[in-house]
Design a protein around this ligand. Structure first.
Ligand SMILES: [Zn+2]
Length: 60
């Protein structure tokens, strides 16, 4: 059995399917979008140190 490391595409990180050349490393634009969404959610959560002084919509 021959080993060809160049011909070992990583599976889609989202669903594990083989990626397509158009959407590498994802298998589809959908999976690419899912990954992008995860990435944005994970990195867009910038902790705001600014504490709101005025209770905006405070229900108590
Ligand atoms: Zn996929």
């Amino acid at each position: 059995m021959e080993t060809n490391p160049a011909n070992s595409p990583r599976p889609c990180p989202i669903c594990g399917k083989l990626p397509t050349p158009q959407n590498r490393p994802f298998c589809s634009t959908r999976c690419a979008g899912i990954d992008l969404g995860r990435w944005l959610k994970g990195n867009y959560r910038i902790p705001t140190e600014e504490a709101p002084d005025e209770g905006d919509g405070d229900e108590s």
